[in-house]
Design a protein. Structure first.
Length: 517
Protein backbone atom coordinates (compact mmCIF):
# COMPACT_ATOMS: atom_id res chain seq x y z
CA UNK A 1 0.00 0.00 0.00
CA UNK A 2 2.80 2.43 0.85
CA UNK A 3 4.55 1.92 -2.49
CA UNK A 4 1.24 2.17 -4.40
CA UNK A 5 0.47 5.50 -2.73
CA UNK A 6 3.91 7.03 -3.14
CA UNK A 7 4.91 5.63 -6.54
CA UNK A 8 4.83 7.82 -9.64
CA UNK A 9 3.70 10.94 -7.80
CA UNK A 10 5.64 14.15 -8.56
CA UNK A 11 7.80 15.13 -5.58
CA UNK A 12 6.29 18.62 -5.48
CA UNK A 13 2.63 17.57 -5.82
CA UNK A 14 0.55 18.50 -2.75
CA UNK A 15 -0.45 15.42 -0.73
CA UNK A 16 -1.65 16.91 2.56
CA UNK A 17 -2.70 20.34 3.80
CA UNK A 18 -2.42 20.25 7.60
CA UNK A 19 -4.82 22.85 9.02
CA UNK A 20 -4.84 24.02 12.64
CA UNK A 21 -7.85 25.15 14.62
CA UNK A 22 -6.92 28.75 13.78
CA UNK A 23 -6.92 27.79 10.06
CA UNK A 24 -3.17 28.24 9.76
CA UNK A 25 -2.10 25.68 7.18
CA UNK A 26 1.05 23.92 6.06
CA UNK A 27 1.26 21.89 2.87
CA UNK A 28 3.24 18.68 2.51
CA UNK A 29 4.22 17.19 -0.82
CA UNK A 30 4.44 13.56 -1.85
CA UNK A 31 8.19 14.00 -1.76
CA UNK A 32 7.96 15.01 1.91
CA UNK A 33 5.75 12.00 2.68
CA UNK A 34 8.20 9.71 0.92
CA UNK A 35 11.18 11.03 2.91
CA UNK A 36 9.44 11.17 6.29
CA UNK A 37 7.88 7.71 5.99
CA UNK A 38 11.32 6.28 5.09
CA UNK A 39 12.85 7.98 8.13
CA UNK A 40 10.14 6.68 10.47
CA UNK A 41 10.41 3.19 8.97
CA UNK A 42 14.15 3.18 9.68
CA UNK A 43 13.53 4.34 13.26
CA UNK A 44 10.86 1.68 13.79
CA UNK A 45 13.26 -0.93 12.47
CA UNK A 46 15.90 0.11 15.02
CA UNK A 47 13.21 -0.25 17.71
CA UNK A 48 12.72 -3.86 16.67
CA UNK A 49 9.68 -3.61 14.40
CA UNK A 50 9.58 -6.16 11.60
CA UNK A 51 7.10 -7.80 9.27
CA UNK A 52 3.91 -8.81 11.07
CA UNK A 53 4.54 -6.69 14.19
CA UNK A 54 1.74 -4.35 15.23
CA UNK A 55 2.14 -0.58 15.49
CA UNK A 56 -0.59 1.36 17.30
CA UNK A 57 -1.33 4.80 15.82
CA UNK A 58 -3.13 7.03 18.31
CA UNK A 59 -3.33 10.28 16.36
CA UNK A 60 -6.00 12.53 14.89
CA UNK A 61 -5.95 13.96 11.36
CA UNK A 62 -2.31 14.98 10.92
CA UNK A 63 0.91 14.58 8.95
CA UNK A 64 2.28 12.19 11.59
CA UNK A 65 -0.71 9.87 11.22
CA UNK A 66 -0.18 9.58 7.46
CA UNK A 67 3.55 9.01 7.90
CA UNK A 68 2.87 6.44 10.63
CA UNK A 69 0.68 4.37 8.34
CA UNK A 70 3.01 4.55 5.34
CA UNK A 71 6.07 3.62 7.41
CA UNK A 72 4.27 0.68 9.01
CA UNK A 73 3.07 -0.69 5.67
CA UNK A 74 6.54 -0.22 4.20
CA UNK A 75 8.01 -2.45 6.91
CA UNK A 76 5.45 -5.18 6.28
CA UNK A 77 4.16 -4.47 9.79
CA UNK A 78 0.48 -4.05 10.72
CA UNK A 79 -1.03 -0.68 11.60
CA UNK A 80 -3.62 -0.49 14.39
CA UNK A 81 -5.56 2.82 14.14
CA UNK A 82 -6.79 4.05 17.53
CA UNK A 83 -9.34 6.80 18.20
CA UNK A 84 -7.93 9.67 20.26
CA UNK A 85 -11.15 10.11 22.24
CA UNK A 86 -11.09 6.56 23.57
CA UNK A 87 -10.97 6.26 27.33
CA UNK A 88 -8.20 4.40 29.12
CA UNK A 89 -9.96 1.03 29.25
CA UNK A 90 -10.92 1.12 25.58
CA UNK A 91 -7.37 2.00 24.54
CA UNK A 92 -5.71 -0.57 26.76
CA UNK A 93 -8.03 -3.33 25.56
CA UNK A 94 -7.21 -2.70 21.89
CA UNK A 95 -3.48 -2.21 22.42
CA UNK A 96 -3.19 -5.43 24.40
CA UNK A 97 -5.55 -7.44 22.21
CA UNK A 98 -3.59 -6.52 19.08
CA UNK A 99 -0.25 -7.00 20.88
CA UNK A 100 1.14 -3.66 19.74
CA UNK A 101 4.94 -3.46 20.00
CA UNK A 102 5.07 0.31 19.39
CA UNK A 103 2.59 3.10 20.00
CA UNK A 104 2.76 6.39 18.07
CA UNK A 105 0.84 9.11 19.92
CA UNK A 106 0.48 12.87 20.37
CA UNK A 107 2.89 14.33 22.92
CA UNK A 108 0.10 16.56 24.24
CA UNK A 109 -1.75 13.41 25.28
CA UNK A 110 1.15 11.90 27.22
CA UNK A 111 0.06 13.08 30.65
CA UNK A 112 -3.12 11.04 30.30
CA UNK A 113 -1.41 8.08 28.63
CA UNK A 114 1.37 7.88 31.22
CA UNK A 115 -1.22 6.92 33.85
CA UNK A 116 -2.13 3.73 31.95
CA UNK A 117 1.23 3.01 30.31
CA UNK A 118 2.03 0.20 32.75
CA UNK A 119 -1.10 -1.68 31.63
CA UNK A 120 0.14 -2.13 28.04
CA UNK A 121 1.69 -5.56 28.27
CA UNK A 122 3.38 -5.72 24.85
CA UNK A 123 4.36 -2.10 24.12
CA UNK A 124 8.13 -1.68 24.17
CA UNK A 125 8.38 1.96 23.07
CA UNK A 126 6.12 4.99 22.67
CA UNK A 127 6.90 7.54 19.96
CA UNK A 128 5.46 10.96 20.82
CA UNK A 129 4.88 13.78 18.35
CA UNK A 130 5.38 17.43 19.24
CA UNK A 131 7.42 18.78 22.11
CA UNK A 132 7.70 16.53 25.17
CA UNK A 133 9.40 16.74 28.54
CA UNK A 134 9.81 14.65 31.65
CA UNK A 135 9.01 11.37 29.93
CA UNK A 136 9.95 7.77 30.70
CA UNK A 137 13.02 5.95 29.29
CA UNK A 138 10.93 4.01 26.77
CA UNK A 139 9.52 7.21 25.22
CA UNK A 140 11.01 8.32 21.90
CA UNK A 141 10.70 11.88 20.59
CA UNK A 142 9.49 12.52 17.02
CA UNK A 143 12.66 14.56 16.57
CA UNK A 144 14.51 11.25 16.23
CA UNK A 145 12.43 10.55 13.12
CA UNK A 146 13.78 13.70 11.49
CA UNK A 147 17.36 12.60 12.22
CA UNK A 148 16.95 9.11 10.74
CA UNK A 149 18.04 8.17 7.23
CA UNK A 150 15.60 8.67 4.36
CA UNK A 151 17.11 5.76 2.42
CA UNK A 152 14.78 2.81 2.87
CA UNK A 153 14.01 -0.37 0.96
CA UNK A 154 10.39 -1.47 1.53
CA UNK A 155 9.57 -5.00 2.57
CA UNK A 156 8.07 -7.01 -0.27
CA UNK A 157 4.49 -7.83 0.71
CA UNK A 158 1.87 -9.88 -1.11
CA UNK A 159 -1.58 -8.50 -1.82
CA UNK A 160 -3.11 -10.74 0.87
CA UNK A 161 -0.53 -10.01 3.58
CA UNK A 162 -2.09 -8.22 6.59
CA UNK A 163 -1.71 -4.43 6.69
CA UNK A 164 -4.35 -3.17 9.13
CA UNK A 165 -6.31 -4.15 12.21
CA UNK A 166 -9.38 -1.96 12.57
CA UNK A 167 -11.52 -2.61 15.62
CA UNK A 168 -15.29 -2.85 15.37
CA UNK A 169 -17.31 -0.56 17.58
CA UNK A 170 -18.18 -3.41 19.93
CA UNK A 171 -21.96 -2.96 19.82
CA UNK A 172 -22.33 -6.71 20.48
CA UNK A 173 -19.74 -8.12 22.87
CA UNK A 174 -16.12 -7.06 23.13
CA UNK A 175 -14.64 -5.16 20.16
CA UNK A 176 -13.06 -7.42 17.54
CA UNK A 177 -10.08 -6.53 15.36
CA UNK A 178 -10.88 -6.87 11.66
CA UNK A 179 -7.65 -7.70 9.82
CA UNK A 180 -7.37 -6.21 6.32
CA UNK A 181 -4.76 -6.99 3.69
CA UNK A 182 -2.78 -4.65 1.43
CA UNK A 183 -5.26 -5.45 -1.36
CA UNK A 184 -7.95 -3.48 0.51
CA UNK A 185 -6.82 -0.15 -0.95
CA UNK A 186 -7.28 -1.16 -4.59
CA UNK A 187 -10.56 -2.81 -3.64
CA UNK A 188 -11.89 0.56 -2.46
CA UNK A 189 -11.06 2.53 -5.60
CA UNK A 190 -14.18 1.66 -7.68
CA UNK A 191 -16.47 2.69 -4.81
CA UNK A 192 -14.64 5.99 -4.34
CA UNK A 193 -14.89 6.67 -8.08
CA UNK A 194 -18.65 6.03 -7.94
CA UNK A 195 -19.52 7.98 -4.81
CA UNK A 196 -17.39 10.96 -5.87
CA UNK A 197 -18.50 10.92 -9.50
CA UNK A 198 -15.55 9.81 -11.63
CA UNK A 199 -13.03 10.73 -8.96
CA UNK A 200 -10.44 12.10 -9.43
CA UNK A 201 -11.14 15.19 -11.51
CA UNK A 202 -8.83 18.20 -12.02
CA UNK A 203 -8.90 20.47 -8.98
CA UNK A 204 -10.32 17.88 -6.58
CA UNK A 205 -9.42 18.34 -2.89
CA UNK A 206 -10.81 15.98 -0.24
CA UNK A 207 -11.85 16.37 3.39
CA UNK A 208 -13.99 14.59 5.95
CA UNK A 209 -14.90 15.37 9.57
CA UNK A 210 -14.76 11.60 10.19
CA UNK A 211 -11.71 10.55 12.18
CA UNK A 212 -8.98 8.77 10.21
CA UNK A 213 -8.89 6.03 12.86
CA UNK A 214 -12.17 4.68 11.41
CA UNK A 215 -12.47 2.75 8.18
CA UNK A 216 -14.68 5.47 6.66
CA UNK A 217 -12.09 8.20 7.21
CA UNK A 218 -9.07 6.03 6.45
CA UNK A 219 -10.17 3.92 3.46
CA UNK A 220 -13.02 5.98 1.99
CA UNK A 221 -11.13 9.28 2.11
CA UNK A 222 -7.45 9.44 3.10
CA UNK A 223 -5.73 6.49 1.43
CA UNK A 224 -7.76 6.45 -1.83
CA UNK A 225 -7.22 10.19 -2.33
CA UNK A 226 -3.46 9.86 -1.85
CA UNK A 227 -3.40 6.85 -4.17
CA UNK A 228 -5.11 8.96 -6.84
CA UNK A 229 -2.72 11.86 -6.23
CA UNK A 230 -5.44 14.09 -4.80
CA UNK A 231 -4.61 16.38 -1.89
CA UNK A 232 -6.30 15.80 1.46
CA UNK A 233 -7.17 18.36 4.14
CA UNK A 234 -6.17 17.37 7.67
CA UNK A 235 -8.24 19.38 10.15
CA UNK A 236 -8.81 18.32 13.76
CA UNK A 237 -11.04 20.61 15.84
CA UNK A 238 -11.90 19.54 19.37
CA UNK A 239 -15.50 19.01 18.28
CA UNK A 240 -17.57 19.37 15.13
CA UNK A 241 -18.42 23.05 14.64
CA UNK A 242 -20.90 23.78 11.80
CA UNK A 243 -19.90 27.43 11.30
CA UNK A 244 -16.17 26.67 11.18
CA UNK A 245 -16.85 23.68 8.90
CA UNK A 246 -18.40 25.93 6.28
CA UNK A 247 -15.58 28.44 6.73
CA UNK A 248 -13.03 25.65 6.20
CA UNK A 249 -14.71 24.47 3.00
CA UNK A 250 -14.86 28.04 1.66
CA UNK A 251 -11.37 29.09 2.69
CA UNK A 252 -9.58 26.08 1.17
CA UNK A 253 -12.00 25.61 -1.75
CA UNK A 254 -12.59 21.98 -0.82
CA UNK A 255 -14.21 20.06 -3.66
CA UNK A 256 -15.03 16.65 -2.18
CA UNK A 257 -16.43 15.80 1.24
CA UNK A 258 -17.50 12.66 3.06
CA UNK A 259 -20.12 13.81 5.58
CA UNK A 260 -21.59 11.31 8.06
CA UNK A 261 -25.36 11.95 8.33
CA UNK A 262 -24.93 13.22 11.91
CA UNK A 263 -22.71 16.05 10.64
CA UNK A 264 -25.22 16.97 7.94
CA UNK A 265 -28.05 17.06 10.46
CA UNK A 266 -26.01 19.34 12.71
CA UNK A 267 -25.29 21.64 9.76
CA UNK A 268 -28.97 21.86 8.86
CA UNK A 269 -30.03 22.42 12.47
CA UNK A 270 -27.41 25.12 13.12
CA UNK A 271 -27.21 26.80 9.69
CA UNK A 272 -30.43 26.00 7.82
CA UNK A 273 -30.46 28.87 5.31
CA UNK A 274 -29.08 28.43 1.80
CA UNK A 275 -27.44 31.87 1.79
CA UNK A 276 -24.75 30.65 4.20
CA UNK A 277 -23.60 28.06 1.69
CA UNK A 278 -22.98 30.41 -1.21
CA UNK A 279 -19.55 30.54 -2.86
CA UNK A 280 -18.71 26.92 -2.02
CA UNK A 281 -16.74 25.00 -4.64
CA UNK A 282 -18.03 21.55 -3.66
CA UNK A 283 -18.27 19.06 -6.52
CA UNK A 284 -19.28 15.93 -4.57
CA UNK A 285 -20.80 15.01 -1.20
CA UNK A 286 -20.71 11.38 -0.09
CA UNK A 287 -22.45 10.06 3.00
CA UNK A 288 -22.67 6.74 4.78
CA UNK A 289 -23.15 5.06 8.13
CA UNK A 290 -26.93 5.47 8.21
CA UNK A 291 -29.62 6.59 5.79
CA UNK A 292 -30.28 10.20 4.86
CA UNK A 293 -33.92 11.08 5.46
CA UNK A 294 -35.79 12.41 2.39
CA UNK A 295 -36.06 15.92 3.82
CA UNK A 296 -32.34 16.00 4.63
CA UNK A 297 -31.56 14.70 1.14
CA UNK A 298 -33.63 17.51 -0.41
CA UNK A 299 -32.02 20.10 1.88
CA UNK A 300 -28.53 19.01 0.78
CA UNK A 301 -29.44 19.41 -2.89
CA UNK A 302 -30.96 22.83 -2.21
CA UNK A 303 -28.19 24.44 -0.17
CA UNK A 304 -25.10 22.75 -1.69
CA UNK A 305 -26.36 22.41 -5.28
CA UNK A 306 -24.92 18.89 -5.18
CA UNK A 307 -26.71 15.55 -5.33
CA UNK A 308 -25.56 13.55 -2.29
CA UNK A 309 -24.18 10.08 -2.92
CA UNK A 310 -25.00 7.57 -0.21
CA UNK A 311 -22.91 4.44 0.15
CA UNK A 312 -22.77 1.40 2.40
CA UNK A 313 -20.15 -0.77 4.03
CA UNK A 314 -18.92 -1.98 7.39
CA UNK A 315 -15.59 -2.54 9.10
CA UNK A 316 -15.26 -6.13 7.90
CA UNK A 317 -16.19 -5.37 4.29
CA UNK A 318 -16.39 -1.74 3.32
CA UNK A 319 -17.80 0.29 0.44
CA UNK A 320 -19.93 -2.48 -1.04
CA UNK A 321 -22.83 -0.36 -2.30
CA UNK A 322 -22.79 3.16 -3.68
CA UNK A 323 -24.75 5.67 -5.66
CA UNK A 324 -23.16 7.34 -8.67
CA UNK A 325 -25.22 10.46 -9.46
CA UNK A 326 -23.40 11.09 -12.74
CA UNK A 327 -24.21 7.56 -13.97
CA UNK A 328 -27.72 6.84 -12.64
CA UNK A 329 -30.31 8.90 -10.80
CA UNK A 330 -30.11 8.05 -7.08
CA UNK A 331 -33.33 6.94 -5.45
CA UNK A 332 -33.96 8.85 -2.23
CA UNK A 333 -33.31 6.54 0.69
CA UNK A 334 -31.24 4.10 -1.36
CA UNK A 335 -27.72 3.05 -0.37
CA UNK A 336 -26.98 2.64 -4.05
CA UNK A 337 -26.16 -0.34 -6.21
CA UNK A 338 -23.43 -2.96 -5.96
CA UNK A 339 -20.05 -1.29 -6.44
CA UNK A 340 -18.35 -2.38 -9.64
CA UNK A 341 -16.61 -5.72 -9.17
CA UNK A 342 -18.43 -6.84 -6.00
CA UNK A 343 -21.02 -9.63 -5.91
CA UNK A 344 -23.72 -8.70 -3.37
CA UNK A 345 -26.57 -11.02 -2.42
CA UNK A 346 -29.63 -10.70 -0.19
CA UNK A 347 -30.22 -13.94 1.67
CA UNK A 348 -33.19 -15.03 3.75
CA UNK A 349 -33.20 -16.83 7.09
CA UNK A 350 -32.62 -20.19 5.37
CA UNK A 351 -29.63 -18.95 3.39
CA UNK A 352 -31.51 -18.67 0.10
CA UNK A 353 -31.11 -15.68 -2.20
CA UNK A 354 -34.09 -13.34 -1.84
CA UNK A 355 -36.09 -12.11 -4.81
CA UNK A 356 -36.44 -8.46 -5.77
CA UNK A 357 -38.54 -6.39 -3.33
CA UNK A 358 -38.06 -9.01 -0.59
CA UNK A 359 -35.84 -8.10 2.33
CA UNK A 360 -32.82 -10.18 3.20
CA UNK A 361 -29.42 -9.97 4.81
CA UNK A 362 -26.73 -8.22 2.78
CA UNK A 363 -23.97 -10.73 2.04
CA UNK A 364 -20.73 -10.34 0.08
CA UNK A 365 -19.52 -13.25 -2.04
CA UNK A 366 -15.92 -14.29 -1.32
CA UNK A 367 -13.17 -13.87 -2.33
CA UNK A 368 -13.23 -10.08 -2.47
CA UNK A 369 -10.40 -7.56 -1.93
CA UNK A 370 -12.33 -5.39 0.55
CA UNK A 371 -13.28 -8.39 2.70
CA UNK A 372 -11.32 -8.76 5.92
CA UNK A 373 -8.95 -11.69 6.34
CA UNK A 374 -10.58 -12.50 9.66
CA UNK A 375 -10.88 -11.30 13.23
CA UNK A 376 -7.59 -11.01 15.07
CA UNK A 377 -7.22 -14.12 17.26
CA UNK A 378 -10.95 -14.89 16.89
CA UNK A 379 -11.23 -17.88 14.51
CA UNK A 380 -14.62 -18.86 15.94
CA UNK A 381 -16.10 -15.42 15.24
CA UNK A 382 -14.46 -15.38 11.80
CA UNK A 383 -16.05 -18.74 10.94
CA UNK A 384 -19.53 -17.46 11.78
CA UNK A 385 -19.03 -14.16 9.93
CA UNK A 386 -17.82 -15.88 6.73
CA UNK A 387 -19.93 -19.06 6.73
CA UNK A 388 -20.85 -20.42 3.32
CA UNK A 389 -18.25 -18.38 1.42
CA UNK A 390 -20.00 -15.10 2.24
CA UNK A 391 -19.36 -12.15 4.52
CA UNK A 392 -22.58 -11.90 6.52
CA UNK A 393 -23.14 -8.23 7.33
CA UNK A 394 -26.07 -8.69 9.72
CA UNK A 395 -27.79 -5.81 7.91
CA UNK A 396 -31.16 -6.25 6.24
CA UNK A 397 -32.08 -4.56 2.98
CA UNK A 398 -34.44 -4.84 0.05
CA UNK A 399 -33.58 -4.35 -3.62
CA UNK A 400 -35.70 -2.98 -6.46
CA UNK A 401 -35.74 -3.99 -10.12
CA UNK A 402 -32.96 -1.55 -11.02
CA UNK A 403 -30.59 -2.97 -8.39
CA UNK A 404 -31.00 -0.16 -5.85
CA UNK A 405 -30.61 -1.34 -2.24
CA UNK A 406 -32.72 0.12 0.58
CA UNK A 407 -31.66 -0.37 4.19
CA UNK A 408 -34.25 -2.07 6.40
CA UNK A 409 -32.29 -2.41 9.64
CA UNK A 410 -29.91 -4.56 11.61
CA UNK A 411 -31.07 -8.15 11.91
CA UNK A 412 -31.46 -7.56 15.65
CA UNK A 413 -33.16 -4.17 15.07
CA UNK A 414 -36.16 -5.62 13.21
CA UNK A 415 -39.45 -4.98 15.03
CA UNK A 416 -42.06 -7.74 15.00
CA UNK A 417 -45.47 -6.36 15.97
CA UNK A 418 -48.71 -8.30 15.50
CA UNK A 419 -47.09 -10.34 12.76
CA UNK A 420 -45.67 -7.31 10.90
CA UNK A 421 -41.89 -7.20 10.49
CA UNK A 422 -40.64 -3.63 10.34
CA UNK A 423 -37.24 -2.02 10.05
CA UNK A 424 -36.62 1.13 12.11
CA UNK A 425 -35.01 3.18 9.34
CA UNK A 426 -38.13 4.13 7.39
CA UNK A 427 -40.03 4.95 10.59
CA UNK A 428 -37.16 7.15 11.79
CA UNK A 429 -37.05 8.91 8.41
CA UNK A 430 -40.76 9.68 8.66
CA UNK A 431 -40.38 11.05 12.19
CA UNK A 432 -37.39 13.17 11.15
CA UNK A 433 -39.52 14.91 8.54
CA UNK A 434 -41.38 16.64 11.40
CA UNK A 435 -39.96 20.19 11.74
CA UNK A 436 -39.80 19.95 15.55
CA UNK A 437 -37.63 16.79 15.52
CA UNK A 438 -33.86 17.02 15.57
CA UNK A 439 -32.96 13.32 15.94
CA UNK A 440 -34.93 10.09 16.32
CA UNK A 441 -34.44 6.41 17.05
CA UNK A 442 -36.99 3.62 16.96
CA UNK A 443 -36.99 0.24 18.73
CA UNK A 444 -39.39 -2.59 19.40
CA UNK A 445 -40.67 -2.52 22.98
CA UNK A 446 -41.88 -5.84 24.41
CA UNK A 447 -45.66 -5.98 24.56
CA UNK A 448 -47.80 -8.80 25.97
CA UNK A 449 -50.52 -8.43 23.34
CA UNK A 450 -48.63 -7.58 20.16
CA UNK A 451 -45.22 -9.14 20.87
CA UNK A 452 -43.63 -5.74 20.35
CA UNK A 453 -44.83 -2.21 19.81
CA UNK A 454 -42.99 0.60 18.07
CA UNK A 455 -41.43 3.05 20.51
CA UNK A 456 -39.75 6.24 19.32
CA UNK A 457 -37.09 8.24 21.15
CA UNK A 458 -37.06 11.83 19.94
CA UNK A 459 -34.59 14.68 20.48
CA UNK A 460 -36.71 17.83 20.00
CA UNK A 461 -35.44 20.75 17.95
CA UNK A 462 -36.45 23.08 20.77
CA UNK A 463 -36.95 22.47 24.51
CA UNK A 464 -40.13 24.55 24.47
CA UNK A 465 -42.24 22.37 22.16
CA UNK A 466 -45.69 21.15 23.18
CA UNK A 467 -44.79 17.49 23.61
CA UNK A 468 -48.36 16.19 23.56
CA UNK A 469 -49.07 17.97 20.29
CA UNK A 470 -45.82 16.86 18.68
CA UNK A 471 -46.42 13.26 19.79
CA UNK A 472 -49.82 13.22 18.09
CA UNK A 473 -48.38 14.84 14.96
CA UNK A 474 -45.52 12.32 14.79
CA UNK A 475 -47.92 9.41 15.12
CA UNK A 476 -50.18 10.78 12.39
CA UNK A 477 -47.20 11.51 10.16
CA UNK A 478 -46.00 7.89 10.34
CA UNK A 479 -49.55 6.61 9.75
CA UNK A 480 -49.81 8.71 6.59
CA UNK A 481 -46.33 7.95 5.25
CA UNK A 482 -45.98 4.27 6.18
CA UNK A 483 -49.24 2.84 7.45
CA UNK A 484 -51.17 2.42 10.67
CA UNK A 485 -49.23 -0.70 11.71
CA UNK A 486 -45.92 1.23 11.87
CA UNK A 487 -46.82 4.29 13.92
CA UNK A 488 -45.05 4.64 17.29
CA UNK A 489 -47.50 3.82 20.06
CA UNK A 490 -45.08 5.40 22.52
CA UNK A 491 -42.94 8.52 22.04
CA UNK A 492 -40.27 9.48 24.57
CA UNK A 493 -38.55 12.87 24.41
CA UNK A 494 -34.86 12.75 25.36
CA UNK A 495 -31.93 15.18 25.45
CA UNK A 496 -29.66 12.90 23.42
CA UNK A 497 -29.39 9.43 21.88
CA UNK A 498 -26.70 6.83 22.62
CA UNK A 499 -24.28 6.79 19.70
CA UNK A 500 -21.06 5.09 18.69
CA UNK A 501 -17.95 7.21 18.26
CA UNK A 502 -18.62 7.13 14.50
CA UNK A 503 -22.06 8.70 14.95
CA UNK A 504 -24.30 5.65 14.59
CA UNK A 505 -27.31 5.35 16.85
CA UNK A 506 -27.00 2.44 19.29
CA UNK A 507 -30.52 1.07 19.35
CA UNK A 508 -29.21 -1.89 21.34
CA UNK A 509 -28.63 0.37 24.34
CA UNK A 510 -32.13 1.79 24.06
CA UNK A 511 -33.54 -1.75 24.01
CA UNK A 512 -31.48 -2.73 27.05
CA UNK A 513 -32.65 0.35 28.94
CA UNK A 514 -36.24 -0.48 28.04
CA UNK A 515 -35.88 -4.04 29.32
CA UNK A 516 -34.48 -2.75 32.62
CA UNK A 517 -37.52 -0.56 33.26
Amino acid sequence: MAEAILARKPDDAVALIDVGEDFRAKSYSFGALRALSSRLANLLRTLGVGAGDRVGILLSQSLELVVGHLATYGLGAIAVPLFTLFGGDALTYRINDAGCKILVADGQDWERLAQIRSEWTTVQSVILTGSISGTAPDVVSWSQVERASDVFQPYRTRSDDPALIIYTSGTTGAPKGAVHAHRVLLGHMPGVAMSHQRFPQPGDLMWTPADWAWIGGLLDVLMPSLYDGVGVIGYRPRKFDPERTIELIKRFQIRNVFFPPTALRLLRHTIPHASAYQDLKLRTIASGGEALSPDLWDWIRTVFSVTPSEFYGQTEANLLLSNAPDVFLPQIGSMGRAVYGHHIHLIDGQGNVSDAFESGEIALKLPDPVAFLGYWNRPDKTFVKTAGGLVHTGDLARRDESGNFFFVGRADDVINSSGYRMGPTEIEAAILSHPQVSMAAVIGKPDRLRGEIVKAFVVPASPTIDRNTVTREIQELVRQKLGAHEYPREVAFVDSLPMTTTGKIQRRILREQEHER
